[in-house]
Design a protein around this ligand. Structure first.
Ligand SMILES: Nc1ncnc2c1ncn2[C@@H]1O[C@H](COP(=O)(O)OP(=O)(O)O)[C@@H](O)[C@H]1O
Ligand SMILES: [Mg+2]
Length: 377
């Protein structure tokens, strides 16, 4: 565990960058520091690996003041990733990744093998190993930056706005990759961002900082969304707080009905048998069971020509969140959401009212601390 204990940083010009910050950063989880520009996030991160010295307070790593450790040993136990990756421009990808292992005296072939293994782990084609950083996209460079930070398998990973400079689609890929890597490796990650959505998606714990380096709230993301500590946190979280909170509630247990589902080759009798009073529509699937669209049940049963209405999008039952289920009901012209299994086969449908009842139930029974990490829709 990393303990930041009443730490203050005043720069020589009198700027107070961090003001009596106290945080307990748990092992093997992702702790995010988030806040507006200039609120002391980078300064805090750089105090953890002693690139910046605190003016007051102390930082403990596994119970020991970090000032007791030789600074080189401390830094090698902490991978560091920054915006724009900060790669060495005159070294190839594989040389960049193998930097710390080589410093630690690994021989060339072992360092190279480790580099190739890490390229795969961060989702990079090993064919890129001999390229130079300028021959890579921004997203690929960030992946190299993450691989380099992981090279000597440090227990701690410090990441300073690592994904801020890439476009939203690439950023989403990098975030998903980080969550995947973290599920495998279980590092103690301290992640800095100014993007609250990124903080909510990635963080097991989120520290919201405000100007002057003061802590506004430290909580799991679901709790931030359901109970912001003050107006500053509420403003910083932005709009749709309630809807976003639904990402933390699963769809397992949501009541579905499979009744109004028919295959595209269903007979008129079958369509009639699958018509329910709650909706004039039936969901038509292909012969594999994948949803195709809604159609008017009575017209279909009467053998009249009918058209297929789009169903919006389906949600994967038990895997997607109530946010995804609600979104799929809102987008559906019939007001009913379509649930599919992992293979994309329709297993049932749910009315908006059913989803609303599930949302009320989730709020009533699941405290935010018990909820799981959000499956962001
Ligand atoms: N070396 C420095 N000398 C003086 N002031 C600094 C220095 N580095 C950062 N600051 C100031 O400290 C405050 C916090 O900076 P920083 O930690 O970089 O914030 P953030 O990463 O949250 O944007 C800002 O007001 C910044 O201008
Ligand atoms: Mg910064």
């Amino acid at each position: 565990m990393i303990v930041i204990d009443a730490v203050t940083k005043r720069y020589p010009d009198g700027t107070t960058a961090v003001d009596r910050l106290t945080l307990e950063i748990p092992d093997r989880s992702i702790t995010v520091l988030v806040g507006p520009s200039g609120c002391g996030k980078t300064t805090t991160l750089r105090m953890i690996n002693r690139m910046v010295d605190p003016s007051g307070g102390r930082i403990l790593l596994d119970g020991h003041d970090i000032r007791e450790r030789p600074v080189n040993a401390l830094r090698r136990s902490m991978g560091y990733v920054i915006q724009h990756a900060g790669l060495f421009p005159h070294r190839t990808v594989i040389e960049n990744i193998a930097t710390v292992p080589r410093l630690l005296g690994w021989d060339r072939s072992r360092a190279r093998a480790r580099g190739l293994e890490l390229m795969e782990r961060v989702g990079l084609d090993t064919a890129l190993a001999k390229r130079y950083p300028y021959q890579l996209s921004g997203g690929q460079q960030q992946r190299v930056g993450v691989a380099r930070a992981l090279a000597a398998d440090p227990p701690v990973l410090l990441m300073d706005e690592p994904f801020s400079a890439v476009d939203p689609i690439v950023r989403k890929g990098l975030q998903d990759e980080l969550l995947r890597i973290q599920a495998d490796l279980g590092k103690t990650v301290v992640f800095v961002t100014h993007d609250i959505d990124e903080a909510i998606k990635l963080g097991d714990m989120v520290a919201v900082l405000r100007e002057g380096g003061r802590l506004a709230q430290y909580a799991p993301p679901a709790e931030l969304l359901s109970a912001p500590a003050d107006e500053f946190v509420e403003d910083f979280l932005g709009a749709d707080r309630g809807i976003r909170h639904l990402s933390f509630f699963g769809t397992e247990g949501l009541e579905l009905t499979a009744e109004p589902i028919v295959a595209e080759d269903a007979t008129t009798e079958q369509v009639r048998a699958h018509t329910i009073p709650q909706t004039p529509y039936v969901l038509v699937t292909d012969t594999e069971g994948r949803p195709r669209g809604w159609t008017h049940a009575a017209d279909r049963a009467a053998g009249l020509p009918t058209e297929l209405l789009p169903y919006g999008h389906a949600f994967t039952y038990g895997q997607d969140s109530l946010r995804a289920a609600l979104d799929s009901a809102v987008l559906s012209p019939t007001g009913w959401a379509v649930a599919v299994d992992a293979e994309g086969r329709a297993i049932g449908v749910a009315a908006q009212e059913t989803i609303a009842a599930a949302i009320r139930g989730a709020h009533a029974t699941v405290g935010p601390r018990d909820s799981v990490r959000g499956v962001l829709a």
